[in-house]
Design a protein around this ligand. Structure first.
Ligand SMILES: [Zn+2]
Length: 274
């Protein structure tokens, strides 16, 4: 909550004129409590490492921790359990002693997530247990989003690094930002909405906070409503045809709101990107 407040202050209070979507309706708690997120199978393949011990001390019940995180991700992505949600039967979550951070593999109903104990050790500076929880949850939200998010069609493949890829990785980081698991200083400056990961994710979350509280849910759902999918057509589908609501106009507004670009109208200066 504190993180969210800081994020709101950081992004500034912006009026909700112009491109607000028409439907509201927050995802309520109703129905989610009984939702089957999949069987969680936790396995520690790094037993004996420092990272494994830190994890066990901070997260005594990994299956419950992962299940609660899965529900949080689902509530961020969907209006209700009745939505069209990819069914996940099994989530295998494995701690491993390797030099990466985390990765998701598998598709359809079987999802496998590995998490690095070396990453845990690296983040355990000053014995800061809150930081480990924060980092672990953030990484988990990102990977779990891949398990439950919808996939756009007719816009290339993950491997080509184009709009499909930017959607997949952007939404995963948007879910992380929306749940307060990135700090404002984690936001990269500048870039473009097709850059994926945090660049896209912080933008999507800004739209959720300033234009439409259901934006992330609508954006996720656009994957099955807009075919062939593109960022531009998804935005048109959600915000309409108005010039001010075009994705490029909104990106520009976002750049000015964050201070990454100066407002030419106000300063009379040319565009200044830091
Ligand atoms: Zn990812």
């Amino acid at each position: 909550m504190i993180e969210m407040n800081r994020l709101c202050v950081f992004l500034g209070i912006l009026s909700m004129i112009g491109c607000a979507g028409n439907a509201s309706g927050q995802s309520s708690e109703k129905g989610w409590q009984d939702y089957f997120v999949g069987d969680v199978r936790f396995e520690d393949r790094a037993a004996g490492t420092e990272g494994s011990e830190i994890y066990a001390a901070i997260i005594p019940d990994p299956a419950a921790y992962i299940k609660n995180s899965a529900l949080q991700v689902l509530k961020t992505l969907y209006f209700s359990p009745d939505d069209s949600i990819p069914k996940v039967k099994t989530i295998r979550y494995t701690l491993r002693d390797y030099s990466g951070i985390s990765a998701k593999s598998g598709s359809g109903s079987f999802i496998s997530i590995v998490y690095s104990t070396q990453w845990i050790e690296k983040n355990f500076v000053d014995n800061d247990t809150a930081r480990i929880d924060y980092e672990t949850k953030g990484v988990l939200y990102h990977e779990l989003t891949h398990a439950y998010q919808l996939e756009p069609q007719g816009c290339g493949t993950y491997a080509d690094g184009g709009q499909f890829w930017a959607f997949i990785e952007g939404v995963a980081d948007a879910v992380r930002v929306a749940n307060g698991c990135f700090r404002p200083k984690d936001r990269p400056k500048g870039g473009k909405y097709t850059d994926g990961y945090r660049v896209t994710g912080f933008f999507l979350n800004w739209l959720n906070e300033t234009k439409d509280p259901d934006f992330i849910r609508k954006f996720n759902r656009s994957a099955i409503e807009v075919i062939p999918w593109s960022f531009e057509s998804a935005f048109k589908h959600i915000f309409g045809d108005e010039k001010d609501c075009h994705i490029d106009a909104l990106w520009h507004e976002y750049m000015i709101a964050t201070g990454d670009e100066k407002d030419e109208k106000e300063t009379g200066h040319t565009k200044n990107t830091r």
